[in-house]
Design a binder for this molecule. Structure first.
Ligand code: FES
Ligand code: FES
Length: 175
């Protein structure tokens, strides 16, 4: 059985681990790193519950080998909140009731995070297209779209405040 050492960062922390060549990224995250917020819904690249960001790009981790993550920066749902504060996407799902059972939610949030990084003000159609690989069996999609819109608005207003002259963060941004 061939084993490999991989080095990567996961939620900002350096990780070095030994994996079998056949280990899927989702199993590595859940079983070796105990990051069980990344879910497995189908194992066949259909549901998106296993979505994580790899170098900022959403991928379905049930369809990637752990060895392919060598040298990459991985982000899972456990790394989305910072310093105890919810990310605007998490807040959006809370405020707009974007979940019921929550099984699809980590994947939805990471897909949406990837979308907002490349398109900070997506249209409804662009949001629906972006999450078209993420299935939700209980909430329906309207509330999820509203949650992502909420996050886009919140991120835009935070950025605007930070860039205003005289704001503490604005001064930092300009220095
Ligand atoms: Fe990966 Fe469903 S578990 S897409
Ligand atoms: Fe239950 Fe989406 S909230 S599957």
């Amino acid at each position: 059985m061939s084993r490999h050492t991989i080095e990567l960062t996961v939620n900002g922390e350096a990780v070095s681990a030994e994996v079998e060549a056949r280990t899927l990224l989702v199993h590595f995250l859940r079983e070796q790193l105990a990051l069980t917020g990344t879910h497995i819904g189908c194992d066949t690249t259909s549901c998106g519950a296993c979505t994580v960001l790899v170098d900022g790009v959403p991928i379905k981790s049930c369809t990637a080998f752990a060895v392919q993550a060598q040298g990459a920066a991985i982000e899972t749902i456990e790394g989305v909140a910072r310093d105890g504060a919810l990310h605007p996407l998490q807040e959006g799902f809370w405020e707009k009731h974007g979940l019921q059972c929550g099984f699809c939610t980590p994947g939805m949030i990471l897909t949406a995070k990837g979308l907002l990084a490349r398109n900070p003000q997506p249209t409804e159609e662009e949001i629906r297209w972006a999450i078209s690989g993420n299935l939700c069996r209980c909430t329906g999609y309207n509330k999820i779209v509203e949650a992502i819109h909420y996050a886009a608005g919140k991120l835009a207003s935070t950025e605007k405040q930070a860039s205003e002259p005289g704001s503490a963060t604005g001064e930092e941004a300009q220095s």
